[in-house]
Design a protein around this ligand. Structure first.
Ligand SMILES: *Cc1c(COP(=O)(O)O)cnc(C)c1O
Length: 237
């Protein structure tokens, strides 16, 4: 990580402004869109910057990396919440439940079962998002759109999990225009899936975790409540 805190704060201010502009265009309240700082591959100081700036949470995509980093944080960063945004194997469910405050990458009933049991053993209710491959990308993890209703219903039935909403990652295209087109279609698909399921199952599924450095404005336009940003905050990995 080549930036100091002042540079981080400038970048975070610029992102907040970008989110506010996208919200204004969509008639949305910017307070309804949270900025999640993605600290993967960066040192623990990256998470300290996020905490000092007043961000609520950081995202990591590997369990082991977070396990190593979390104890290195400054004492002032202790309220920071840690969210897992990368693929999780069932055999790491217990470790993930111990070290993360929320898991965004839940994409199978098998993983749901493991996480529910791990949370029960810990005597905790574990918040989760369900990762949906809403862009139908063969290179991405996440439940297929067609399987999503069953996965959401299974998650809602787990006594030790709290289902906050859905997460997706948009597929890349061959050109910037195609990438933007894929992103919009993916985000609109996740939003309408959420609206359908929320109405049918009578539960809000409030959180729509979608949008990263390159597509966050499109995600906000489609209803994102949580943008996951690494590069724009910390530079290239
Ligand atoms: C790395 C990562 C991000 C952040 O991507 P940037 O393009 O660096 O903003 C967001 N979401 C997930 C799931 C990631 O793995």
């Amino acid at each position: 990580m080549r930036i100091n805190y002042e540079e981080f704060a400038r970048r975070a201010d610029a992102l907040r402004a970008q989110i506010a502009t996208a919200c204004a265009a969509a008639g949305r309240d910017p307070r309804d869109v949270e900025l999640l700082a993605v600290t993967k591959t960066h040192p623990a100081a990256a998470a300290d910057y996020a905490a000092r700036y007043g961000l609520r949470a950081v995202g990591e995509n590997r369990v082991q990396e977070a396990v190593e980093k979390r104890p290195q944080l400054a004492p002032a960063s202790s309220a920071l919440r840690w969210e897992l945004i990368g693929h999780l194997q069932s055999n790491k469910a217990k470790l993930a439940a111990q070290h993360f405050d929320r898991i965004q990458s839940v994409d199978s009933e098998k993983l749901l079962n493991h996480l529910d049991r791990a949370a029960a053993d810990l005597g905790q209710i574990l918040p989760v998002l369900l990762q949906i491959n809403a862009g139908d990308d063969p290179a991405k993890f996440g439940a297929d759109l067609a399987d999503a209703p069953r996965l959401v219903e299974a998650a809602l039935a787990k006594k030790n999990l709290r289902v906050d909403g859905l997460m997706t990652i948009a597929p890349l295209g061959a050109t910037p225009a195609e990438t933007a087109d894929h992103a919009t279609r993916t985000f609109v698909a996740l939003r309408s899936l959420r609206d359908d399921l929320a109405a049918r199952l009578g539960t809000p599924l409030r959180e729509l975790s979608m949008g990263m450095t390159n597509d966050l404005a499109l995600a906000v336009a489609a209803g994102s409540t949580l943008v996951r940003v690494g590069t724009a905050l910390y530079g290239d990995r």
